[in-house]
Design a protein around this ligand. Sequence first.
Ligand code: RB5
Length: 145
Amino acid sequence: MKLVIGSDHAGFPLKEELKTYLTAQGHEVEDIGTYDSASCDYPVQAKKLCDRIVAGEGKLGILCCGTGIGMSMAANKIKGIRAACASDCFSVKFTRLHNDANVLCLGARVVGVGLACELVDLFVNTEFEGGRHQRRVDLIHELEN
Ligand code: RB5
């Protein structure tokens, strides 16, 4: 799958681990930065990644910051983005099944690398159920207008 990954400085080490992991799983991973641990602003990184997803340049996105929360707040301001901040398997599975989340936000200061790998596996390998959930996703996007 074509994926896009990004982070701020706090999420940078986790982003690097996940990029290596996902590439080894056979995914094509575009890294929009940041590319080192120098301090930077997560809304800027979130917009960069989300613009790629909305443009169809990647099917799903993964954003890492300290908590995952700031990234998700910023990402959800962008039309067409359904970002989920999650740190447990149940939430990640159901945000794909029911919300058709297209961006997963992870907290590098919340989850370890092992759990983060499990979470991204679930995120990329779970398909949206559609049906009644499509109507609800459509209603989310009506809120954008
Ligand atoms: C950076 O220190 C931190 O505030 C940021 O990575 C993120 O956790 C914000 O939500």
